[in-house]
Design a protein around this ligand. Structure first.
Ligand code: ASP
Length: 450
């Protein structure tokens, strides 16, 4: 059964558009960004990444900056290397015919490198310089993120200070470009988010500016319902909830920085993933609730990963013995093993973890658990692949799990493990690694008919 997809439009007054590194890697990419921004006057706030890769073997400017700074700290001559970084920006400036001269900026950055300004400061210069160029090219104001994004002493975002300052500064600028990835510490030194953190900056700007939409422009047209390396030409996901996305991205579908959803989610601002190279593609909209969006398929996506192991523990009436789970989890913790899933029955419990976390610890774990809970059986099996079938459409839709298992059975794929979260938006199936790709295809085609 399929329901038709429709989106009821709401009026958009302000958008924040964040452009990732590949969208701003060359003059040609800058021109696409220009057309996108100019096409809609509501794109008033633009957040920029540093120039990314122009071709697969290329190096991101951020990586060049880290390497250059490391040379400076090691007391090596980094002039020549820095020239390579300058060349990336000068190529863009020349290609756009901007007549912008950044030589004073370059000199002051080099000087700071010599004075040991910190790796974060070094890395942040990619976003900083690229945003100066983009602001000039678009005719937008430039706002330095160091003056509007603040971290606390412990390195977490100082939300109160940031939102208050940023909102009041943005009000003074009708249109502006803000560099992503960094902000400043209480002692005014520059600090960055973790890698890919411009996504977070974009989210913060979207919230502080009261944007109706946070557009995240990248080099893919949003999320697909399955991995295109496994399923041929999978359909795109038009609308996904934050909850579903977490289930899917945990399984390896990451396009967005994990932490970038929090600022906009709490403000109810949808994120739209768009492709700079194919701006007319619909992309994926990420929303908190789906009341204004109808769903298209019962499942939203299917994603998975290999290389899991299961520790199986059997003991009579295990479910009724107090403290057993607690003792087992303590042993796992102590050995640095994080349980991804713990599907359990009355007499049995399975602990699913990444195989690499168990490597070299099999005997210790078995021995410790044996001593702690005296099981009737304990064993570890490898080569498990986990597949998450995710969909808000599954809630209250009986028979979805049955369809998954039927389809797998018909394809003679043995299901080694099942787990369903209480929230009912996902079913996790464990199959042998050798069956992984087939299982993903079978499940996908069960719900998406050719
Ligand atoms: N330029 C930074 C990085 O490469 C941040 C970003 O692009 O989001 O991680």
């Amino acid at each position: 059964m399929m329901t038709t997809y429709k989106q009821r439009y709401f009026t958009v007054q302000v958008r924040t558009a964040k452009f990732g590194g590949s969208s701003l890697a060359s003059p040609e990419q800058f021109k696409k960004v220009y057309d996108i921004v100019m096409a809609d006057p509501t794109r008033r706030y633009v957040v920029a990444s540093a120039p990314g890769k122009r071709f697969p073997e290329d190096t991101k400017v951020t990586d060049m900056l880290y390497a250059c700074y490391d040379m400076a700290v090691a007391g090596l001559d980094f002039e020549l290397f820095f020239d390579g970084i300058k060349a990336r920006f000068d190529e863009i400036i020349a290609g756009l015919g901007l007549g912008l001269d950044l030589s004073r900026e370059y000199e002051s950055i080099k000087e700071s490198f010599r004075l040991g300004s910190g790796r974060d400061y070094a890395a942040s210069r990619g976003e900083y310089l690229n945003s100066i160029i983009l602001a000039r090219y678009l005719g937008y104001d430039f706002i330095d993120a160091a003056e509007v994004v603040f971290f606390r002493e412990d390195g977490t975002l100082d939300e109160e200070h940031t939102y208050k300052t940023l909102a009041s500064v943005l009000r003074m600028h009708e249109r502006a470009v803000i560099p992503g990835f960094y902000g400043s510490m209480p002692n005014y030194t520059v600090r960055t988010f973790s890698r890919g953190g411009s996504d977070i900056s974009g989210s913060i700007v979207a919230r502080a500016s009261g944007s109706d939409i946070y557009e995240n422009w990248t080099d893919v047209s949003g999320f697909l319902m399955a991995d295109p390396k496994i399923v041929r030409e999978p359909l795109g996901i038009k609308v996904v909830t934050y909850r579903e996305l977490r289930e899917l991205s945990y399984m390896g579908a990451g396009v967005l920085h994990e932490d970038s959803v929090f600022p906009v989610r709490s403000a109810g601002i949808p994120i739209v993933i768009k492709n700079t190279n194919r701006p007319d593609d619909e992309g994926t909209t990420i929303v908190a609730g789906t009341d204004i969006y109808d769903r298209e398929h019962i499942i939203t996506g299917v994603a998975g990963k290999k290389n899991f192991s299961v520790i199986r523990i059997d003991k009579d009436r295990m479910a009724y013995r107090r403290g057993m789970l607690h003792r087992i989890v303590e042993i796992l913790d102590y050995n640095g093993v994080h349980a991804e899933h713990i599907p359990s029955g009355i007499d049995t419990m399975s602990i699913v973890a990444h195989t690499e976390q168990l490597t070299g610890k099999y005997d210790t774990l078995i021995e410790s658990i044996r001593r702690a809970v005296d099981p009737d059986y304990i064993g570890i099996e490898d080569d498990l692949a986990l597949i998450a079938v995710v969909g808000r459409g599954m809630v209250g839709s009986p028979g979805v799990a049955a369809r998954v298992f039927d389809a797998l059975a018909k394809a003679s794929i043995n299901v080694r493990m099942i787990d369903q979260g209480a929230c009912e938006i996902n079913i996790i199936v464990g199959v042998s690694s050798a069956d992984f790709e087939d299982a993903v295809r079978v499940i996908y085609h069960e719900f998406v008919r050719r």
